[in-house]
Design a binder for this molecule. Structure first.
Ligand code: OGA
Ligand code: MN
Length: 203
């Protein structure tokens, strides 16, 4: 059976390289995921996020100030598995739709403390190509424009538009095509971020 949400996401990616979809999960799942991120965060499980090659010489804090907690499906909570299964359904759908092999989706929670941002970047350098699609689920209840933390997406001509990181919103885009940044957050900002990849996991 065709999942109409997956179909909409695929069509938006095909036409504009990026898709935005709201309310893909029950609000009780969203609330539990936000709570889970905050619990791990308060227990000190989050680490400074890293940056890829090319910008490695810059001080990381000048590029991105978020903290991340990588997840694995085996140990995942029931709520997280619910989301992970949804993500894998989307992965299979996109794989077939775009006729591109996708091996797995990696996921991490990210928290942007007050004042944190992530400078303009693409998620995948073209010469490696392992990350194919980026997928972000926002977990910020009652988020207002004044809270900052918007995802700013640049068009090819340098113009841009902003996406609010509101509770239950999913954004999915081609990892090698979309130049984007996260504007400074004026309130702690939580997301569950992933990449659909072509390569297998190695230690
Ligand atoms: C990233 C990223 C955007 C967001 O983690 O690479 O760009 O809105 N995140 O959280
Ligand atoms: Mn990014």
């Amino acid at each position: 059976m065709i999942n109409p949400i997956f179909e909409k996401i695929a069509e938006q990616i095909l036409s504009q390289s990026i898709a935005i979809k709201d309310d893909v999960l029950d609000s009780c799942v969203l609330d539990a995921l936000a709570q889970e991120a905050l619990t791990e965060y308060s227990q000190g499980e989050f680490k400074d996020a890293k940056i890829g090659k090319g910008i490695a010489k810059q001080r990381i804090s000048e590029v991105r100030g978020d903290k991340v907690f990588w997840l694995n499906k085996v140990d995942a909570s029931a709520r997280l598995k619910t989301y992970w299964n949804w993500v894998e359904g989307l992965q299979d759908y996109l794989s077939e739709y775009f006729r591109i092999y996708l091996e797995r989706t990696e996921l991490h929670f990210a928290v942007y403390p007050i004042g944190a941002f992530y400078s303009p970047h693409v998620d995948q350098f073209r010469d490696q190509g392992n990350r194919v699609f980026s997928l972000i689920l926002y977990l910020n209840k009652d988020w207002k424009p004044a809270d900052g933390g918007q995802l700013r997406v640049y068009n090819d001509d340098g113009t841009f538009y902003d996406i609010q990181p509101i509770h239950g919103r999913v954004v999915c885009f081609r990892s090698d095509q979309i130049l984007h940044e996260v504007l400074e957050a004026n309130k702690p900002r939580i997301s569950l971020t992933g990449w659909m990849r072509r390569d297998a996991f190695t230690l």
